[in-house]
Design a protein around this ligand. Structure first.
Ligand SMILES: Nc1ncnc2c1ncn2[C@@H]1O[C@H](COP(=O)(O)OP(=O)(O)O)[C@@H](O)[C@H]1O
Ligand SMILES: [Mg+2]
Length: 255
């Protein structure tokens, strides 16, 4: 099957106040349809930058990024990717349902269809009853669910998530991780999930990619060969986490 994303020789240099920071260099990465992939690495390594390049918010200074939308996709209307951030970035003056429909509205989807899809996505994240609320009437976990529903509403070929659960308390975080696994099972979406938490990466995903170095490249690309559903305290998961941590400290000591 053709990859949904192909990255070849990607490099990115930021220029600010005449200073150049080369963040990414020589990155090669292919993502297959349906894969659930984690990108891990220490703070400042370039994880968010990679997502910004993928979604078109930053220009690579070298290399290519190829995105292949699925055949059935409404040609040219909706973007092939949607991004969920650490903070929900909901518009405070819009009710929950209008926040979820925002991406569809932006891309010209008619009101009735927008409302139908937004309600379906709220049902999917189990917030169907809160459609009429304002963002300030929600908990942090509920706001992240709305943000996830908004991203899913455009039916993206690839869902990008940038440390989406990092700001939540641990109980809410675990709840949302399991919700994401359920949604992934139900929708079969391709997901690229950025986190600095190796245990979260290993629990959730099929494949963990470690970004390391300055400029950053891919230090490791590891398959988590344990079928879903997984047990959080599975010693086999803990072992993969340990091996990844050892690899990370090894890689950073070689710099
Ligand atoms: N707009 C920008 N201009 C200049 N430097 C930036 C910009 N955005 C990020 N950086 C720098 O690029 C590096 C990678 O940042 P980022 O991708 O946000 O890392 P991560 O998400 O892994 O924490 C950091 O050193 C950061 O300071
Ligand atoms: Mg980041």
């Amino acid at each position: 099957m053709a990859s949904v994303i192909d990255i070849r020789g990607l490099a990115l240099t930021y220029e600010r106040d005449g200073r150049r920071t080369e963040v990414l260099r020589g990155l090669d990465l292919s993502i297959e349809p349906g894969e659930f992939v984690a990108i891990v690495g220490e703070s400042g390594v370039g994880k968010s930058t990679l997502l910004r390049v993928l979604i078109g918010l930053a220009e690579p200074s070298a290399g290519t990024v190829t995105v292949r939308p699925s055949p059935g996709r409404e040609a040219g209307r909706l973007p092939p990717m949607a991004l969920v951030f650490q903070d929900s970035r909901l518009l405070p003056w819009r009710r929950v349902i209008a926040n979820v429909g925002f991406g569809l509205e932006w891309h010209g989807v008619a009101a009735a269809e927008r409302k139908r899809r937004a309600q379906a996505m709220l049902d999917l994240v189990r917030l169907g009853d809160l459609a009429g609320r304002w963002p300030h009437q929600l908990s942090g976990g509920q706001r992240q669910r709305v943000s996830l529903a908004r991203a899913l509403a455009v039916e993206p070929d690839v869902l990008l998530m940038d440390e989406p659960f990092s700001a939540l308390d641990s109980m809410t975080r675990e709840g949302l991780q399991d919700e994401l696994l359920r949604i992934r099972r139900e929708t079969g979406r391709t997901i690229l999930f950025v986190t600095h938490d190796i245990d979260e990466a290993v629990y959730l995903t099929d494949r963990v990619i470690v970004l390391t170095g300055r400029p950053a490249g891919i230090g490791a690309d590891v398959r988590v060969g344990i079928p879903q559903p997984r047990r959080r305290r599975d010693p086999a998961l803990a072992e993969i986490g340990r091996a990844l941590r050892a690899e990370l400290s090894q890689l950073s000591s070689e710099l």
